[in-house]
Design a protein around this ligand. Structure first.
Ligand code: R5P
Length: 296
């Protein structure tokens, strides 16, 4: 039996100190259950509500992508610099060390390869398995505007959202833009808003040069910007900088990091932009210094 001494006289209610408010800085998360909110808070740094997600899930439809031939050699060493890792469950189970201590956003849709119509995706992972690998979130492509598979891909997402709510695991909807569609604020705003309205807790989309702030303003959930194909260092850093300035909650960058001559230098430069508000020029200098003078 516990010793009762001290429990009567030494109570400290601190009635003069207000109770703490939720301080995770995550857009739209105020009404979430604790587990869901906690997982999101592992992805977004509570200090600024932002994230640098390292994307290397490309193999799920395009096989051994350039830069990802050996994830163990080229990507695992970057993990300490990322806020979250976005990858497939295959890579999680075979390559990612279980002591990596980084939130995993796991790819949960798939089906067609680059040889087929990419929009014909299905759910490719059960939420129970996401829980088994200790995933912090799941990701699913949503093909708004697809002639044949718009509804199917939206339904993939809503099924994952329902399962995710059961488990407290957030879903990230990814705006997958078909070949004939234009990546402008009108289209991206439509896609992001639908994804938020239908219950996803995060949305990943592309940056667009005009009116991107309208896309983020109208999204009820955090908008994370995909990196896209490899461009010169300064261009990639500019894109990250503009995204953050126009309301994005971070980047989910792949090829612009892992296809660099010095990926470790690049991810640190991206971090400086996202978390420290470094200018693109200063971050480029950082890349140059950390990489021993590279300019790629
Ligand atoms: C691609 O299909 C994946 O969803 C990637 O995670 C996404 O495109 C981000 O990677 P990247 O910066 O290479 O575009």
């Amino acid at each position: 039996m516990a010793d009762m001494e001290g429990t009567i006289e030494s109570k400290q209610f601190h009635t003069d100190v207000p109770a703490p408010k939720t301080s995770t800085n995550i857009k739209g998360a105020g009404g979430y259950d604790w587990g869901m909110h906690s997982r999101l808070a592992q992805i977004f740094d509570p200090a600024d509500g932002r994230t640098v997600m390292l994307a290397f899930d490309h193999g799920y439809f395009q096989g051994p992508t350039s830069g990802l031939e050996r994830v163990d050699l080229n990507v695992v060493p970057l993990a300490p610099h990322a806020d979250a890792l976005m990858c497939t469950r295959g890579m999680v189970r075979t390559i990612i060390p279980p002591n990596v201590r980084k939130p995993i956003v796991v790819r949960a849709s798939g089906g067609p390869s680059i040889l087929k119509d990419l929009s014909n995706e299905r759910i490719a992972m059960d939420m129970a398995d996401a829980a088994r690998i200790n995933a912090t979130a799941v990701a699913v492509q949503v093909f708004i505007g697809s002639d044949d598979f718009e509804t199917q891909s939206v339904h993939n997402m809503t099924q994952l959202v329902d399962a995710g709510i059961e488990y407290g695991i957030p879903t990230m909807g990814v705006t997958a833009v078909g070949r004939d569609l234009v990546r402008d604020a009108r289209y991206l705003g439509l896609a992001c808003r639908i994804i938020g309205e239908l219950g996803a807790q995060m949305v990943k989309t592309y940056y667009c040069d005009e009116d991107f702030a309208n896309v983020t303003a109208a999204s009820p959930i955090p908008v994370i910007v995909a990196g896209g194909k490899k461009v010169p260092v300064l261009d990639a850093l500019e894109m990250a900088h503009r995204s953050i300035n126009e309301g994005a909650a971070g980047v989910d960058m792949g090829r612009n990091i892992f296809q660099r001559q010095h990926p470790e230098a690049m991810i640190q430069a991206v971090r400086a932009v996202v978390h420290n508000d470094a200018s693109p020029a200063d971050a480029q200098t950082m890349y140059r210094d950390l990489s021993g003078g590279l300019e790629d």
